[in-house]
Design a protein around this ligand. Structure first.
Ligand SMILES: C[S@@+](CC[C@H](N)C(=O)[O-])C[C@H]1O[C@@H](n2cnc3c(N)ncnc32)[C@H](O)[C@@H]1O
Length: 245
């Protein structure tokens, strides 16, 4: 299985949020960049994993590690079964952490510690898990240490709002703004070690510079409508904050 069409035929509408067109974009990004050491935070049914793994299979090299929590094992279809059906299990290691990928990342940092420095391990990281500030701000900080120079981080769901009180355990006064966008704007865009940043709809891509002191940053924005809606939402939130409400 080596094409996005092959992947689509297997994953169908399994769920988890990665649509066929997003899956195809993911596959082509991995394929054209030639990534070989990939990490996915949040695999759900394994849809994104199949698109990434099929790109690695097309290249004939590379592996994906994908991390989730125990509830992912109860999903139907399961990531294990989708990958087996796709004939791609050999490209993917599915990892279950009992609590959160941030704890798994702590262990990976420990494993990569050499004489007081962290040896980067990944050239592509897809962050598509909790989408909340407390988890994903920390995930970014940890993943940043594990990302090789020239490697890319891709954030899904820049615009996701924790609006439903049942969705997750976040303070009520943080439900009106997108948490991943906060990680993106406050931590990624302000970090000079990322020398190319792109947004495309709800996805944000950031490339870690090959240089230790990058001077130039390339910014690419597509899907203006989504960007404008997001900016308007942020402006409304800030106005509310300024009024003290
Ligand atoms: C949107 S789904 C992932 C979709 C998948 N990346 C794809 O492309 O098909 C989000 C997943 O993240 C997992 N998740 C949420 N918070 C997590 C955490 N703190 N640690 C590990 N996994 C988490 C959820 O269990 C869920 O399966």
């Amino acid at each position: 299985m080596t094409t996005p069409e092959d992947a689509r035929a297997v994953v169908g509408d399994a769920g988890g949020g990665t649509t066929p067109s997003r899956g195809e974009t993911l596959h082509r990004f991995v394929r054209t960049q030639g990534f070989t050491a990939c990490l996915e935070l949040g695999f759900a049914h394994g849809v994104g994993s199949v698109y990434i793994a099929s790109a690695l299979e097309a290249a004939g090299a590379g592996a994906l590690t994908s991390v989730d929590i125990p509830s992912a094992l109860n999903r139907t279809p399961s990531a294990t079964s989708l990958l087996a059906r796709a004939g791609l299990s050999h490209r993917v290691q599915l990892v279950i952490d009992p609590d959160s990928y941030v704890w798994w990342l702590r262990r990976r940092l420990r494993e990569q510690l050499r004489d007081g420095r962290v040896e980067p391990a990944y050239d592509f990281v897809f962050i598509d898990g909790a989408h909340t500030w407390d988890t994903d701000a920390l995930a970014f900080a940890l993943v940043d240490r594990l990302l090789k120079p020239g490697g890319w981080i891709l954030f899904d769901d820049l615009a996701w709002l924790p609006g439903d009180p049942n969705v997750s355990d976040v303070p009520d006064d943080t439900r009106s703004f997108p948490h991943v966008a906060e990680v993106w704007e406050l931590l990624v865009l302000t970090d000079p070690s990322y020398d190319e940043v792109r947004t495309n709809g709800s996805w944000g891509y950031a490339r870690k510079s090959l240089s230790t002191s990058p001077e130039v940053r390339t910014v690419v924005k597509t899907d203006l409508l989504i960007q404008l809606r997001q900016l308007a939402r942020m402006a409304r939130h800030r106005a509310r904050e300024a009024r003290g409400g």
